[in-house]
Design a protein. Sequence first.
Length: 443
Amino acid sequence: MSMNYAISDALYKKASNVIPGGVSSNNRANWQPHPLFYQKARGAYVWDVDENKYIDYVLGRGPLITGHSHPRILDAIAQQYQAGQFFAGQTELEIVLAEKIKALVPGAEMVRFCNSGSEAVHVALRLARSATGREKIIRFEGHYHGWLDNIAWGFSTPEDTAQDTGALLAMSRGQPAGDAGNILALRWNDTDALERVLASQAGDIAAVVTEPIMFNSFWSNILPEKNYLARMRELCDHYRIPLIFDEIQTGFRTAIGGAQARYGVIPDIATFAKALGGPVCLAAVGGKEQYMRLLAGAQTLHTGTYNAFPPFLAGAITNLEILADNGGAELARIHLLSESLRAGLQDIAAGTALPLQVRASPGAVTTTFRAAPAVARDYRTARRELSHPLFVMWHAALQARGVRITPEGLWYVSTAHCAADIDYTLEQAAAAVAALEQTGGLA
Ligand SMILES: Cc1ncc(COP(=O)(O)O)c(C=O)c1O
C-alpha cells in the first residue's frame, strides 16, 4: 500500500526554490510526505503527477460541490470566456446570480460579489462598522474568517485561559497589534459568555460574527446547541448589533439556503464562497437591504478589479442550477451520501480501540482522534486530548489507499460521488484503521 511520489517530490524541491514553502497557501504545506502536485481531475477523482488516483473528499477544500470538471459548468464558463472577459462594467449575469441567491437564501435581500471568502468577510465587517459607527467585533474561538489583519485574532487561545476574553493571539506574525483592540474572542456555544460581554460592552460592538456551524481546522462540524443561534439573534436585536453569519462553508451545502435556512435564524449580513461557485473563484455578501444599500452610496467603499468576473458568474449560475433545480434533488442526494459515509465511519470508530470520533453536518463529515469522551462543543473541548500523530497517520493511511481527505480530517461530499464510492471508501477506511492499529497507533 505505498504510492510513488517521485515526480511530486522533484517538483516540490524545484518549487521550494521559487515559491516560499513550495506552496501558494500555507494550508497546503501539511500534506504527507510533502505537498503533492496534481495533473487532472474528473468527477469525484483526482490524479497526481505520479499517476496516483484518489477518490477526492477534499474538493478544493469545499468549493467543488458539483465535483471536478462538471461538463455543464465548464461549457458555461467557456461560452462566457469566448463572449468577453473583463468589462470593468456590468453584465446581466450579475443580476441573474444575485436574483438566484436572493431566491434561495432567506436573509439575502441584496448581494454583492467579490473573489474570496476573506474579502467577503472584509466587506461584511466594513458594512457593520459603517452602519453602527462602532469598531469592535465579537468573534468566537476556533472560528476561521480568513487571514486578513483585522479579524485574524483569537482563533486559538493560550492553553489555560479561563476568562471570557483571554489574551488574544494573532494568527500570524506581522499583524499590527493595534487591531487586537477591536476584537473580543468568546467561547462558542456559550450563551452566558455572550450575554455577559454584551451587558457591559454592547455600546462599543459593531458586529457579532459567527460560523453558524463550526467548520475549520481540527474543530470542524461542531453544531450549534439548541437555541444558541436563536438566542444570539435575540441578543443582537436587543442591543441593535448587526449579526453576521460566515456561511463560507455552510452556504449551499448545509442546506440550499445555508445554515440560516436550516436553523431558521436569519443574520443581518452573511458571507458566501466555496459551494456558491463550484469550480470558480467567487464569493458574495448577502444581507438585509438596510445594510447592503450602504454600498450604493459613495461613503462605504467596496471595489475590486476582479469582482464579478463574467465567466465565473456564468459558472456559478450553472453550479447553483445543478444543486437547486428539481427541488434541490442533487443537494438532497449529497446529504444522503454524507449520512452513509458518517454512519459507516461511525461503525468503524465503534469497532476500534483507537480514539476515532466522527462528527457531521449535512454534506460533510469529520474524523477526529480525540481521547476525551465529552462531546466537542467549542474550540477548547474539541482540542482536549487531540492526538496529532494519529491524524498524520490516518491521513497518510487513507492517502496510501487512494482516499483523499484534508489533513485535519474533514471530508466533503459532492454530486459526483455515488453510493459505490462510499462503499469503496468505507472498505479503505476500515483497512486504514486496521493498519493504524498494527503500526502502533494503539501504543
Ligand atoms: C468560514 C470561513 N470563512 C472565511 C474563509 C476564508 O475564505 P478564503 O480562503 O476564500 O479567503 C474560510 C476559508 O476556508 C472559511 O472556511
